[in-house]
Design a binder for this molecule. Structure first.
Ligand code: GTR
Length: 403
């Protein structure tokens, strides 16, 4: 008994210490524009050899891969190729929203066995001409939770179906649990032992963000077989940590034709060297499992990271990319998110495409006519109907004449 009491008091002191460490880390966070350090952004258009990238061909054939390697080696870890024997089964199918669309659940088996799988919840509009553009993204709580009315604003299926587009989503934790513990369960989706990193690890050092990217690519493996889906209009979308995953997925999987980052912040769209809001120190301490172990050495040293996040955004080029922020989401550094979207425009220019205007737009005034889109929504860290409306418009603009 005595030892139990001692154990409990040691454990509670430990918990208090780590909570207060986290609190003071958050307290020391800079939200003052005047305190943003002087910094110099690394140029994505310079080869490792030091030579300048002169045209789109050089970017596509060589420089792009160098940039992907920087993030794979130093931040997220490598995303392995598909496992062998991926196959699919239709679990259920029903008409929804008074015949506006079809809802189906497709089980993606991750190898030739029937042991490892996750379910994808798919909504497709009915009565439309030909295959449709698809949003593809992971969700935080479970597929069933996206249907919950209270959460409905995050996944406004009806609105997307009305726009003649579809949505495919899978639960993040069914692909890879978001924590050091496995065996996380939600009411409806069971996350079995471990996740894809433990099943297909092969000695690799990849973080959970890479595992989520891997899962998103397996969803595309299925979508490519579905005749209702336009394979040339696939959009990867994600909010917050899943926004970081969306950017990284788009960087790795060129089958995605557009990338949308909603409030992705640190290690997503935000410029790290600004050290505004969340920093490498905080993110690397709170969420070490998101990253490769190499990332540890950059804690507190954003300025020696070989890239900055505008490189990640520019990996989407020449495909359209959209970055969004929210006025009250200072933790994710709206200005830093806008800046990296703005600077990514340099790479789009190589392709003869335009990026963002010179001035950061004010609240609720989207800049979405060109190949790089951005908006600053009034409100908190979240993804809501307003955000989706902008994304739908962006899709309409860019996929209008796309074959
Ligand atoms: C926060 C984290 C952010 C962001 C967010 C989320 O706690 O610091 O980087 O990813 O979680 O995913 O909601």
């Amino acid at each position: 008994m005595n030892s139990l009491v001692r154990y409990l008091s040691v454990a509670s002191v430990f918990l208090m210490l780590s909570a207060s460490a986290l609190y003071s880390q958050r307290r020391n966070v800079n939200y003052d524009e005047a305190k943003v350090p002087q910094y110099e952004l690394p140029d994505p258009l310079v080869f490792e050899s030091g030579k300048k990238v002169k045209n789109a061909r050089q970017w596509t054939s060589k420089r792009r891969a160098e940039v992907v390697e920087v993030f794979a080696d130093q931040m997220f870890g490598h995303v392995p190729a598909a496992s062998e024997g991926v196959h699919f089964a239709l679990v259920s199918e029903q008409e929804v929203y008074g015949g506006l669309g079809v809802r189906k659940v497709v089980r993606v088996f991750l190898d030739e066995s029937d042991k490892h799988w996750f379910d994808v919840l798919i909504h497709l509009p009915k009565g439309v001409d030909g295959p449709v553009p698809m949003f593809v993204g992971l969700n935080f709580k479970s597929n069933a939770a996206t249907l919950d009315e209270r959460a409905g604003f995050r996944w406004p299926y009806e609105m997307v179906l009305k726009a003649g587009m579809g949505v495919a989503t899978a639960w993040r934790d069914a692909v890879e649990p978001d924590g050091k513990d496995s065996n996380i369960k939600s009411e409806t989706d069971v996350c079995r032992d471990g996740g894809v990193r433990s099943w297909y690890n092969e000695g690799g050092d990849w973080g959970a963000i890479s595992a989520w990217a891997w899962g998103l690519s397996r969803i595309v493996d299925y979508l490519e077989t579905d005749p209702a889906v336009d394979k040339d209009k696939l959009i990867v979308i994600g909010h917050s940590r899943l926004g970081k995953a969306a950017l990284w997925t788009g960087a790795n999987d060129l089958r995605f034709d557009m990338v949308i980052s909603n409030d992705s912040g640190c290690c997503g769209a935000a410029i790290s060297r600004r050290k505004f809001g969340e920093t490498f120190e905080v993110i690397g301490t709170s969420f070490p499992h998101w990253f490769t172990r190499e990332f540890d050495k950059y804690k507190g040293k954003e300025e020696i990271f070989p890239a900055d996040q505008h490189w990640l955004v520019s990996l989407v080029a020449p495909r359209p990319v959209y970055v969004a922020s929210a006025t009250e989401d200072l933790w994710a550094d709206p200005k830093g998110e806008w800046l990296s979207a703005k600077h990514a425009g340099e790479v789009y220019k190589l392709f003869g495409l335009s990026g963002l205007g010179d001035k950061m737009p004010g609240p609720d005034s989207p800049d979405r006519e060109n190949h790089v889109g951005y908006h600053l929504r009034t409100g908190k860290h979240n993804i809501v109907a307003y955000d989706w409306q902008q994304y739908i418009e962006f899709v309409k603009t860019h996929f209008k004449d796309k074959k």
